[in-house]
Design a protein. Sequence first.
Length: 308
Amino acid sequence: MSQNPVHQTELDTLLAISSGLNSTGGNDRFKNIMHQLLSDVCKTIKQFDITDEEFWLAVNYLNELGGRQEAALLAAGLGLEHYLDMRADEKEAASGEEVGTPRTIEGPLYVANAPLSQSFARMDDGSEQAETMWLQGQVTDLNGKPVAGAIVDIWHANTLGGYSFFDQSQSEYNLRRRILTDENGRYTVRSIVPCGYGCPPDGPTQKLLTALGRHGNRPAHVHFFVSAPGYKHLTTQINLNGDEYLWDDFAFATRAELIADPVKITDSAVAKQRDIEGEHTEVNFSFTLVASAESNEEQKIKRLRVKE
């Protein structure tokens, strides 16, 4: 069916005005982005013959999403945050840049300025009856040279899948620490084995995922920022092998190179040396950093974060 050129012109005029293309002020890049976005929304409304009721249901959903502060969670769940990583990987490949440890999503649950320790830190406050985790590794450059004085910023969930600050039952900065690597580029932490988590079951993110026939679960994982002067900032996380959601992460963060194998330590001599009572789990993971060409590459991307 052919389109009425009068109606098409009317829509073009509407979109140009609503996106500010006819205005002299504002940001030109933002205007063009909004014009494309509004055009795509209008095309979607027409293509699927979206009803007024469906439109206002979507508007009310956005209000609910903002009210529950789950926009960042939804961005991860829809794969948009992962797509940013895909684009960064594509750009590196196209330019022939050297790569180190793979990146993956930051997620929405970081809290800045965790306590800083030299080479070793205990992350948990001892309040949970949980399996002790001994996490250790080394930070090196592409040639395998240790990077001393790197900051390894670590955060993960507790045994119920909750993160301190967002979970008010936990103490401040529980399961959050920053560690300065030693002269050999090594870091070590004592913590507890984290649990995977699911989206809040009564929240708007899970509501949307349910409508798509999807779950909202993540495997057990540990988040990292790794940074050092002269090197590109690394945002990544490791997933613990054996989790049922390892390859079915609703946030699309699993990468083969970022899977860590938990090892059960039963040697009492090792436990004693680590001042741990009985058996515990050991996780080893090392990071390779890439030299930065510009100083801004040494910083994490700018986005709204708690206490930053």
